[in-house]
Design a protein around this ligand. Structure first.
Ligand SMILES: Nc1ncnc2c1ncn2[C@@H]1O[C@H](COP(=O)(O)OP(=O)(O)OP(=O)(O)O)[C@@H](O)[C@H]1O
Ligand SMILES: [Mg+2]
Length: 131
């Protein structure tokens, strides 16, 4: 999350880590987003928002970060693209739980993750603009 935050503003911003003594757990405190329905903006606005999103995602890839969880696998319950949030300004990414860094997984794996992510991006485009 911190790696991606240094590259651009696409991924939700990390604030701090906290220990919750009552619950006995570590907590990750982050920026709070206020998501809108994917149909909240006119199609023309959404096209621009999608293009910015795609540019920022490719910039993250070029810097060595792949989100790796754009689209929920079809065998898992839940909305397909619920890690992509539409805010009043732009599309943002949450849930970096399984994201990967180039320097950690190496060239071959990283390129495979990026390839798959670009396929998911194309499916998200059809979903987001087709609403
Ligand atoms: N920064 C945030 N601002 C607003 N809502 C958030 C934020 N982070 C998470 N959420 C909400 O909580 C939900 C679950 O968060 P997240 O995807 O990070 O957790 P998860 O454990 O991976 O859950 P899931 O399996 O549903 O993806 C999100 O779909 C979103 O509705
Ligand atoms: Mg999630």
């Amino acid at each position: 999350m911190r790696f991606a935050n240094e590259v651009n503003g696409l991924v939700v911003k990390f604030s701090r880590l906290e220990v919750n003594e009552t619950l006995g757990v570590d907590m990750l405190v982050m920026e709070r987003l206020y998501p809108l329905d994917f149909r909240a903006h006119e199609a023309e606005i959404r096209e621009i928002q999608f293009d910015v999103f795609a540019d920022e995602l490719r910039t993250l890839h070029a810097a060595g970060f792949a989100h790796h969880d754009l689209q929920r696998p079809s065998n898992l319950p839940g909305e397909r693209f619920d890690n992509i949030l539409l805010t009043a300004q732009s599309l943002r990414l949450i849930d970096v739980g399984i994201s990967v860094l180039h320097r950690q997984v190496g060239e071959a794996f990283f390129n495979a993750y990026v390839q798959r992510e670009l396929e998911e991006l194309a499916r998200f485009r059809a979903f987001f603009l087709g609403r």
